[in-house]
Design a protein around this ligand. Structure first.
Ligand code: SF4
Length: 354
């Protein structure tokens, strides 16, 4: 089957660039060597801003560090621990005595706050896949000492930014299956309508990606720009209404900075004022406000921002695999399991693509 699809793509004599926005898609592409197979038939696939930890900008990493140093208990996903801040990482702060706990989800953080007297701040990172669970925790009358620092982002505004910035010629987009499980297919339609962007929602198996690329190639060769759904076994056009309701009840859209991007309109999720008793950004504003008064720069030499915009691949960063490795990460793209540099380093064992 794989060979047949690749042969069909070869017959189309393609020369196209596609983008996906998903760490799991990137993992499948590189782990199974599909990126090389696709490139061989004229299909270049770039990972866009599809890694929640990677797109979290330096200023927000500093917010988390400031909270950790202030004496609250910070509950964060493991991927965040090694992300380098301006001076140190959360791991370093923990070694210096800050109370930083690794959690696997918001429920762990709620449970932690039940067991502790100290204030617990859950660092809520992720797209529409994880935002509903944070929303549910906020709406379920959590303990008084439970707070959320909402660093959630939503995908469609970032897609709009990518398509509008016009830094690279994109012929189509592969949309993320798990985000689409929540939001459905409707939120992508504006891109097809207004930007004439062919799109396919795809699952995460190698065959899903093969079919998604084939479907996009068909759209492109037929001059269509539709939203098609390859992942029909999971994604419904209307998405998950209960999850969307919870998100709407707990959050409101806000403009948010993304690493590598200018501020993207309506791409963040701030906690609604009626839940402000659990909003870390309000409760600990005296800790956070001074952090936000300053500008922060990317780590020297790190090109994560360009990778997140799809302009370059990790191989093109001179620090990749030399100064920057998973053991000595310089930027978040080498820390997160969904990061482009981490994935390339893992499956190519640090070697560059030939
Ligand atoms: Fe940044 Fe390291 Fe990736 Fe280069 S290899 S872009 S320094 S994370």
């Amino acid at each position: 089957m794989t060979r047949r699809v690749i042969d069909e793509l070869r017959k189309m004599k393609l020369d196209i660039t596609l983008m996906h926005v998903c760490g799991t898609h990137q993992d499948t592409l590189i782990r199974f060597g599909l990126d090389d197979e696709f490139r061989d038939v004229g299909v270049d696939i770039r990972q866009g801003p599809g890694c929640p930890v990677c797109v979290t900008p330096p200023s927000e990493i500093e917010e988390v560090l400031a909270l950790a140093r202030s004496g609250v208990t910070v509950a964060a996903f493991g991927d965040l621990m090694k992300v380098p801040g301006e001076r140190e990482s959360l791991n370093d702060a923990k070694a210096e005595g800050a109370d930083v706990r690794i959690v696997f989800g918001v429920d762990d953080a709620v449970e932690l706050s039940r067991r502790m007297k100290n204030d617990v701040v859950f660092v809520a990172i992720g797209f529409e896949t994880t935002a509903p669970t944070t929303a549910m925790a906020l709406l379920s009358n959590p303990p008084e000492n439970f707070y959320v620092l909402s660093l959630h982002r939503t995908v469609p505004p970032a897609l709009k930014a990518i398509a509008s910035m016009g830094e690279m010629k994109l012929h189509g987009m592969i949309q993320p299956g798990h985000v689409s499980t929540i939001i459905g297919t409707g939120p992508y339609e504006f891109l097809s309508r207004k930007k004439k962007m062919p799109q396919v929602v795809a699952g995460f198996e190698p065959l899903d990606l093969l079919m998604a690329v084939y479907m996009l190639a068909r759209q492109i060769s037929e001059g269509r720009a539709d939203v098609e759904n390859e992942y029909v076994r999971v994604v419904k056009p209307e998405g998950n209404q209960a999850a969307l309701r919870a998100m709407g009840d707990a959050f409101e859209a806000t403009d948010a900075p993304w690493r590598g991007f200018p501020t993207i309109q309506d791409s963040g999720l701030s906690i609604r004022s009626r839940l402000e008793g659990h909003d870390a950004s309000r409760r600990f504003s005296e800790v956070i406000a001074p952090v936000l008064e300053r500008e922060y720069v990317e780590p020297e030499g790190c090109r994560c921002g360009e990778i997140l915009r799809g302009i370059i691949t990790s191989d093109e960063c001179p620090l990749f695999g030399t100064k920057c490795t998973p053991q000595t990460p310089i930027g978040p793209c080498m820390v997160s399991r969904e990061g482009n540099c981490y994935i390339s380093h893992r499956y190519r064992r640090g070697g560059k693509r030939t």
